[in-house]
Design a protein around this ligand. Structure first.
Ligand code: A3P
Length: 324
């Protein structure tokens, strides 16, 4: 990375200069990714803009993830935790809005137009506390997120389910004219080399894992599989982490169960806003809800592919006590 032209980058010329100095790849033959700050960044200009301008507040909450690990689900859960006293469950705004509308992504919604970020959305639409999503790896977060007392909840998922979910998601895109489903092995190879949106997968996960060990009050590390296995316990831990714990009366009254049900994939799939419409111009909301299962990768990946990435992971994670 050319470090002399990163943090203070402002002009189009400097951006072009930076881009031409970085390794780059076309994901799905269509979407440029730049290897920036040890990550295959698919939204470089917006990343730099929010790094330069975004000011985190101590009360902010961030939902961080590499794409396809359960971001949409976690957003719906966190939204419901904070708003459970503002609306009866039958009027939960999740029944009318896609979770990404209620909890926007920092770099791809607020800073989607890097020259003219949508700060109004940031200030107006979000109830206190401000809750935002981000796919940036920990080393690329705006400094104020790292240095303030805001909290980060990171969700990760088995890499094979993550890859398959992403693979099927990108096959939906109109622009994707050249990639066919029999090319999965080639694309899995890229995943193993880290060439994956916001990858390498293992670096993204490990960065937040280490931070969660060093600053456990700031970063909470969650697994998609634990949420599937025991959503109630995970919801209680989430509530405590964001200082919005469930009381024993609430638990007895079934408030946690109601939220789990409200945020289930079956329920969210029925919502009209999730069946049609788009929060991002290039993504149909319905693509965010597929199966939501653990282990669906067995239907797509062969043992050689699995073995290859397991080797990558075991080398990377050795000594850190992280198992996926
Ligand atoms: P699958 O493609 O394996 O079904 P993200 O939100 O990070 O883009 O992740 C999308 C994945 O989470 C998809 O996985 C999607 O089906 C799943 N998902 C979305 N909402 C969910 C929910 N409420 N419960 C469980 N899984 C959910």
């Amino acid at each position: 990375m050319n470090s002399t032209i990163t943090a203070a980058l402002t002009t189009e010329e400097e951006l072009q200069q930076l881009k031409s100095s970085l390794p780059n790849e076309l994901w799905f033959n269509s979407y440029p990714m730049y290897f920036y700050q040890n990550c295959w960044n698919i939204i470089l200009e917006s990343t730099i803009s929010c790094q330069n301008h975004f000011k985190a507040q101590d009360s902010d909450i961030f939902i961080a993830s590499i794409p396809k690990t359960g971001t949409t689900w976690l957003k719906s859960l966190i939204f419901s935790i904070f708003n459970r006293k503002n609306y009866p469950i039958s009027e939960n705004p999740l029944l009318k809005h896609n979770p990404h509308e209620l909890i926007p992504q920092l770099e791809s919604i607020i800073y989607a137009n890097p020259q003219n970020p949508d700060l109004k959305t940031l200030e107006k639409k979000l109830n206190y506390p401000r809750i935002l999503g981000t796919h940036l790896p920990i080393q690329s977060l705006p400094t104020s997120i790292k240095n303030s007392n805001c909290k980060i909840i990171y969700i990760c998922r088995n890499p094979f389910d993550t890859f398959v979910s992403s693979w099927l998601f990108y096959l939906n895109y109109d622009e994707n004219t050249n990639v066919k489903d029999d090319m999965i092995e080639e694309y899995f190879g890229k995943f193993c080399e880290g060439k994956f949106p916001f990858g390498g997968f293992e670096d993204h996960v490990l960065g937040y894992w280490k931070e969660s060990l060093e600053r456990s009050g700031k970063v909470m590390f969650m697994k998609f599989e634990d949420l599937k296995d025991d959503p109630k316990s995970e919801l209680k831990k989430l509530g405590e982490f964001v200082a919005c714990p469930f009381s024993s009366e609430e638990e007895e009254d079934g408030v946690i169960d109601e939220i789990v049900k409200m945020c289930s994939i079956e329920k969210l799939k029925e919502v009209e806003a999730n069946k049609s419409g788009r929060v991002y111009s290039f993504i149909e909301n319905k693509w965010f809800f597929r199966k939501g299962e653990v282990g669906d990768w067995v239907n797509y990946l062969n043992p050689c592919m699995v073995e290859r990435f397991e080797k990558v992971m075991s080398e990377k994670f050795a000594g850190y006590g992280l198992e996926l």
